[in-house]
Ligand binder design. Structure first.
Ligand code: FE2
Length: 262
């Protein structure tokens, strides 16, 4: 689906049993993300499918194994589950969960303008970033601050800058980007991120390069949702984000497979 070689789209034909899960798992290894069209018939089926990949995140904030991202919020200031854009990120950075695989399931998508989810082939795009910027990122690390106070993000990030490494390795693998980009100018923020220990200009330059290359055409795929679609992503290889939307109903479920049960 992306020029860089990431992403493949398949139709779910037949059942979603173990043989199909094997096929999905091999595709995920090879292509880093998989778009499954006409997938699970319900959210419950989507969670059960994801459960075959490993332990599902069923923390207090994730009832029935999923977080619903829609626009019926009690707290109107919340950005995370809203109709506002969410910048490119890896799941788990500010929540502290070690998320190996992310599944996003489309439960409803009716008369919506915008609202695409996009996926960046992040580790390939990183090869385009000036080496001194990558080195600064690696050696200084990042700092993040949670702006939404929904209970999703870890307490130590709430309203204060908290350090975290810009790269993180899955067991037995090379470290990969561990990042959420800051919101664009004028966009409501769910979080803020900066490069630690450097002047604002340097941080802005590095994050600007990242934004430019991570979102370059040759490294990015934009998904137009249809009900029943399930997008599976290797959370250590690709990053994802969403566009703002308006219109009637957009209901996506975020399902996370963890490295180990919590
Ligand atoms: Fe996410």
């Amino acid at each position: 689906l992306i020029q860089s070689g990431a992403g493949v789209s398949i139709e779910a034909s037949g059942g979603l049993g173990p043989a199909f899960v094997n096929e999905l798992s091999e595709l995920l290894n090879e292509f880093r993300f998989v778009v499954l069209k006409n997938g699970p018939k319900s959210l419950e089926d989507a969670v059960e499918l994801m459960r075959q990949f490993g332990p599902i995140n069923e923390a207090e904030t994730r009832k029935q194994g999923a977080v619903m991202v829609e626009d019926k919020l009690e707290d109107e200031a919340e950005v995370f589950r809203s109709r506002f854009a969410l910048p490119l990120h890896k799941d788990g950075v500010l929540t502290g969960f070690d998320v190996v695989t992310v599944g996003i399931y489309c439960a409803a998508f009716t008369e919506v303008e915008g609202g695409r989810t996009y996926v960046s082939d992040a580790m390939r795009a990183l090869a385009e970033i000036p080496p001194e910027q990558v080195e600064s990122l690696r050696s200084n690390g990042l700092e993040g601050m949670a702006v939404d106070s929904t209970g999703y993000y870890r307490e130590e990030y709430e309203g204060v800058w908290h350090p975290f490494p810009a790269f993180k390795a899955k067991a037995g693998c090379e470290p990969t980007l561990n990042i959420g980009l800051p919101p664009e100018e004028g966009e409501p923020a769910s979080w803020q991120v900066r490069v630690a220990g450097v002047e604002k200009e340097e941080s802005d330059a590095i994050l600007g390069s990242l934004r430019r290359w991570l979102l370059a055409d040759e490294y990015t795929y934009f998904h137009d949702w249809k009900e029943g679609d399930l997008v599976l992503m290797d959370n250590y290889q690709v990053l994802h984000g969403r566009e703002a939307w308006s219109g009637r109903a957009r209901q996506l479920a975020n399902i996370q497979v963890l490295s180990a049960p919590v």
